[in-house]
Every structure is written in structure tokens, then in C-alpha cells.
Write a protein that binds this ligand. Structure first.
Ligand code: SF4
Length: 272
């Protein structure tokens, strides 16, 4: 029988839990601008409760708009209010902090550099509130930057801590003054650390989370450094051949993976 070990910390983080609870506890129907979290199974469950995602304010079918944990640029919030919609703000406080810090750095004359995924909603929210930020995703992109007087560095809250360290070292070569704001959230650091501790102790790692979830993808990248690892969204994707001749399997999950999805995965592995 395969020994299954769960990572010490994984799954729903504080910000996602808070956003889901705000949506669930709000009486009546509402729209979320974009899927509330990067987990299709949970988004479907919420849609059945009348909390439906829309892609654009013009598609609003309800009077209430809930801002998801990733946040939104101020101009979209203002547009929603102008359209007569009531705005419920479930932006994670850690994202709010990153938004405030980046605006402060820009006000103080720093060229803001954001380390993160250009098309991630959190980064789109950050960029939308700034005049002229630079977004870098890789070390190579950081190396290609020119010289500046002052750089203010912000990282996506769910970034890979090691990559951010590497890029920060590089950015220090691009200006005499470089201010680095601490914006990676504690949940991300704990999830990544727990995955790093567990992966070398097992024969295979199963990483559970939405395919569009950046923090889940980063957990997968960490695990694959140590053992064969598979990123799945649901238990249905598990393949018996992954568990052939192995003694132990580790499970970790992204910050937007609900516990009921993780439990289904665990149950399915134990039946293989
Ligand atoms: S991963 Fe961190 S920043 Fe993102 S919602 Fe969760 S607690 Fe907030």
C-alpha cells in the first residue's frame, strides 16, 4: 500500500478563504469580475450558489460586483461605481499592501520594477495603478534592463522566493539605489517551504490545483527538482502508472485548491 503524506501546509490560503467566505456569506446573487479564484471546480460550485463570474463589467447581470483576492486597478472599480454597481472588495490584504507600496515607491521617484507574470490578474491590478512600471518575469529580462537612478522592486505575492532573490541581486546592478519591498505573502513562502521539505522524502509528488493557478505551477516547479511530479486539477487525472513500484506519494496543493478536491485526490491514490 502506498504511503501518502500531505505537505505540512497547502491548499486554501487566508486571502482565498476570505474571498470565498465573503462570496458565500453575501446574501443573494452577485458577479465576480473574472473567476473568483483559479480553481474551476470551486468556481462552478460558487456559480451554483448564484455567484457567477463575468469577464467584463458590460456583462454584469447582477447589481453587486465582488472584487476577487487578486485585486483590480482603481479605474475599473470607479467604472463599476459609475455604472451603479455596488462593489464588495475581497482583495487580499497582502495584495492591497503590494499595491500601496508600489504606488508609494512611484510617488517617491523610484522606477518601479514588478517581478511577476505579465498576464496575471494581480500584476494587471498593480500595473493599472502605476504610471510607468516595468514587469520582469525572468532573470534574462532583468539582465536586459538599462541603468536607472533609483529602482523600487515589488514581487508578485505568490512568486518563487528563490527566483525573486536571484532577480533582486541582478537588479541591484542596474541602479545606485535599489529599494526592495517585501511583498511575497507568508502563505506562499510556507507552501513552497513545505513542498521543498516533503518532495525529497517521497517517490512521487502530486500537485493539486487549477491549471491557470500561478502559485500551483510554482509548487510543481519546486517538486520536479526532486522527484517525478504531476500537476493535476482533479482526482480524475490521476494515472495508475505514476504509482507503479513506489512506496510513498506526497501531496501538495495551490492556495486556491479547496480541501474537498485534495481529499478526493488522496482517497483515489489510496485506492490505486
Ligand atoms: S496567496 Fe497570499 S496574497 Fe494571494 S490571496 Fe493567498 S494570502 Fe493573499
Amino acid at each position: 500500500m502506498i504511503k501518502i503524506i500531505r505537505a505540512k501546509t497547502m491548499g486554501f490560503c487566508f486571502g482565498v478563504k476570505r474571498a470565498v467566505e465573503m462570496a458565500e456569506s453575501h446574501p443573494g446573487r452577485l458577479n465576480t469580475l473574472g473567476p473568483l479564484i483559479h480553481n474551476p471546480q470551486e468556481v462552478n460550485r460558487l456559480a451554483q450558489l448564484g455567484k457567477t463570474p463575468i469577464d467584463d463589467l458590460s456583462q454584469a447581470s447582477e447589481k453587486i460586483i465582488l472584487i476577487r483576492a487578486h485585486g483590480l486597478p482603481d479605474f475599473i472599480i470607479k467604472r463599476a461605481i459609475k455604472l451603479g454597481l455596488k462593489v464588495v472588495d475581497a482583495t487580499c490584504p497582502f495584495v492591497k499592501k503590494a499595491q500601496a507600496l508600489s504606488q508609494r515607491l512611484e510617488k517617491d521617484g523610484y522606477q518601479v520594477v514588478i517581478i511577476g507574470e505579465k498576464i496575471h490578474p494581480e500584476i494587471i491590478g498593480l500595473v493599472g495603478n502605476l504610471k510607468n512600471p516595468i514587469v520582469v518575469e525572468t532573470l534574462e529580462e532583468a539582465k536586459s534592463l538599462g541603468q536607472f537612478k533609483k529602482l523600487g522592486v515589488i514581487a508578485q505575492t505568490t512568486s518563487n522566493t528563490r527566483l525573486v532573490e536571484e532577480i533582486s541581486v541582478e537588479l541591484k546592478k542596474h541602479a545606485p539605489e535599489v529599494k526592495i519591498a517585501e511583498t511575497i505573502c507568508q502563505a506562499t513562502e510556507e507552501h513552497q517551504q513545505a513542498a521543498r521539505e516533503l518532495a525529497p522524502r517521497v517517490d512521487v509528488m502530486i500537485v493539486v490545483g487549477g491549471k491557470s493557478s500561478g502559485n500551483t505551477r510554482r509548487l510543481y516547479q519546486i517538486c520536479i527538482e526532486y522527484v517525478p511530479a504531476y500537476h493535476i486539477e482533479t482526482a480524475r487525472e490521476l494515472k495508475p502508472e505514476w504509482f507503479k513500484n513506489i512506496k510513498s506519494a506526497g501531496i501538495t496543493a495551490g492556495a486556491s485548491t479547496p480541501d474537498w478536491v485534495i481529499s478526493e485526490v488522496e482517497k483515489t491514490i489510496s485506492g490505486i
